[in-house]
Write a new protein. Structure first.
Lengths: 156, 171
């Protein structure tokens, strides 16, 4: 039997998960919808105050409950990044962009998001970026309510 | 980051987040399954026999898992078989296409040495039993295609139950 007689067909697996987000991530997502980025107050093992963004229910270092939520950002510093030269379907931007860890002003941890920098030459660790929000009516309580970050120098 | 379609929540606290995962494959059936599916599209079950142990596999995978040799002899099987074991499904789940309760059974086609899963209809769910003789009910000829959707379901064919000894090896 010739190879052309072998059948092929699309096969799609889809898991339509709907997650319950809990009190802390829920407050974070509610904040995004309303145009605020929230972090959780905590303490490092030696007792120094820290802010975790995105907030978690427990401090990942000490395992202790976190404290109140505080607003951070909307600007911050790129701590590290990787260039996505060929964005895939459903990624945050449809043009080449950087995946970056962004440590927002007031935060002690960095958050993964996209930076719309145009070209890899415009990216550098230590550069300042600021959030580009979706329009209020388009925000529903998810990380992509921030469309992406942009270099602060290029921000309007 | 692939947090996908948004969960509508225009006011009040956000309590849920849609995080669908979608994987798109192109499935290649291989020579043996392609032959099987082309048989299905003609309204017949095609198996393959192992040249070493003589067992007939349906649907065929192209080799015998016991002997590790290619199964090249094609065997056309009958339209009837025996329920070796079964499960009555009472639990609803997302994407369910059949009204519950329904019967999911392992069916050993006459002439085959392995059972495959099939839907049993035209019988109250409390009357299904091991050894029940069944026959395939196909879609109309003009609806036959290269998929198991060509077999609508199996139903009792009225023959006396098969003795346990005749299918005990296949449980």
């Amino acid at each position: 039997m010739a190879d052309s007689e072998v059948l092929r067909a699309p096969h799609v697996l889809e898991y339509p998960y709907l997650r319950s987000v809990g009190p802390v991530i829920g407050a974070f997502l509610t904040g995004l919808r309303d145009g605020h980025i929230l972090g959780a107050r905590s303490q490092s093992p030696d007792g120094a105050p820290t802010v975790i963004v995105p907030p978690t229910e427990y401090d990942p270092t000490t395992g202790r409950d976190v404290g109140e939520l505080v607003e951070v950002g909307p600007s911050g510093v790129v701590t590290t990044w990787a260039w996505a030269s060929a964005p895939r379907k459903d990624q945050p931007l449809d043009r080449p962009f950087a995946w970056a860890l962004v440590r927002l002003d007031g935060a002690d941890t960095a958050m993964l998001h996209a930076v719309d920098a145009g070209a890899p030459g415009a990216m550098a660790s230590g550069m300042r970026v600021t959030a580009r929000w979706r329009a209020p009516g388009e925000r529903v309580g998810r990380l992509l309510d921030i469309e992406c970050f942009v270099p602060e120098a290029a921000a309007p | 980051m692939t947090d996908g379609p948004a969960t509508p929540a225009t006011d009040g606290p956000v309590t849920k987040l849609a995080t669908p995962i979608r994987i798109e494959y192109e499935y290649t059936a291989g020579l043996a399954q392609s032959r099987f599916l082309k048989g299905i599209a003609e309204g017949k079950f095609l198996g393959q026999r192992c040249p070493a142990c003589g067992k007939v596999y349906v649907p065929p995978r192209g080799s015998c898992p016991t002997d590790g040799v290619a199964t090249t002899d094609e065997v056309q099987l009958g339209n009837t078989g025996t329920v070796t074991t079964y499960c009555v499904v009472n639990v609803p789940f997302q994407g369910q296409s059949i009204e519950i309760p329904y019967i999911c059974a392992q069916i050993l086609l006459d002439g085959a040495n392995i059972a495959f899963m099939g839907l049993i209809q035209e019988i109250p769910t409390d009357q299904i039993r091991m050894g029940m003789r069944v026959e395939a009910v196909w879609v109309d000829k003009d609806q036959l295609g290269l998929s198991m959707a060509s077999v609508k379901y199996f139903r009792p064919n009225g023959e006396p139950d098969a003795p346990y000894e005749s299918f005990q090896e296949y449980l």
